[in-house]
Design a protein around this ligand. Structure first.
Ligand code: NAD
Length: 246
């Protein structure tokens, strides 16, 4: 029997990268995973991986669609907010649109998903909320990640607040903080730098293990937080960063 047998998961940004690896890992552990993403074609291919994956399109910036989501899917035992957007640049590179887009995708979407499902999760007796953060936040300073880090720091604050406010309702809320993970969006950022090989080496240099982290390396901590094995863990930041922030 899988470690997540009998559990229902709802998650965002499941189509590619870390979200996809986590969706597959949770489905393989027996959960019924309601996997959402803005990109229908990546959902179509995800649905073919495992029958436990129930895929539906969701743009996390669409507040009305999030509010309507509980009518379309069951009350989750696990809510995994994975959607995120990286603004590349310093404070002086960021305009209002960059701040707005980053806060909408990285913070407001997590809060809206929690608002949508929390009352029913409480009524049903509790559950686990997992928010995707990163070490590029209040945990460490990273060059050219000003807006991204500010929003991910906000995710950590949101995580603590939810954990504190609802601990007696048996709602757990934790954050996952990867270092650098080799995903489609990271590859695109490395290509955009103009020198892919140099960018790849720079990524390796940040992590003392000098081992590139892959989405499948992040999935086990998400499976743990989704499972009852983590039943006494709440309000914590789970760093998986190849030694970057030692
Ligand atoms: P990715 O960019 O490779 O994939 C992101 C997924 O999000 C895609 O399937 C895309 O279609 C979907 N998406 C984009 N906009 C969306 C929207 N408006 N609504 C719904 N879905 C949308 O992502 P990734 O690199 O795997 O990152 C996933 C999460 O992990 C993010 O929150 C990111 O900040 C975080 N993270 C990534 C890294 C890394 O190095 N890749 C490190 C630390 C944390």
């Amino acid at each position: 029997m899988g470690r997540l047998a009998g559990k229902t998961v709802v998650m965002t940004a499941a189509g590619m990268g870390i979200g996809r690896a986590c969706a597959i890992a949770m489905a393989e552990e027996g959960a019924e995973v309601h996997a959402t993403d803005i990109d229908q074609s990546s959902l179509d291919s995800l649905a073919e991986v495992n029958p436990n994956l129930k895929c539906l399109r969701l743009d996390v910036t669409d507040a009305a669609a999030i509010r309507a989501l509980p009518e379309r899917i069951p009350v989750p035992d696990v809510l995994f907010n994975c959607a995120g957007y990286v603004h590349d640049g310093t404070l002086l590179d960021a305009d209002d649109a960059a701040w707005e887009r980053s806060f909408q995708i990285n913070v407001r979407s997590h809060a809206r998903m929690i608002e949508a499902f929390l009352p029913a999760m409480i009524e049903r007796g509790g559950g686990s909320i997992i928010n995707m953060a990163t070490v590029a936040s209040s945990l460490t300073g990273v060059a050219s990640r000003c807006v991204y880090s500010a929003t991910k720091g906000a995710v950590l604050g949101l995580t603590k607040s939810i954990a504190k406010d609802y601990v007696t309702d048996r709602i757990r809320c934790n954050a996952v903080c990867p270092g650098t993970v080799f995903t489609p969006s990271l590859k695109a950022r490395m290509a955009a730098s103009g020198d892919y090989d140099k960018a790849y080496e720079a990524m390796l240099d940040r992590q003392p293990t000098r081992e590139m982290t892959h989405p499948e390396d992040i999935a086990p901590i998400v499976v743990y937080l989704a499972s009852d094995e983590s039943k006494v863990a709440t309000g914590q930041f789970f760093v998986v960063d190849g030694g970057w922030t030692i």
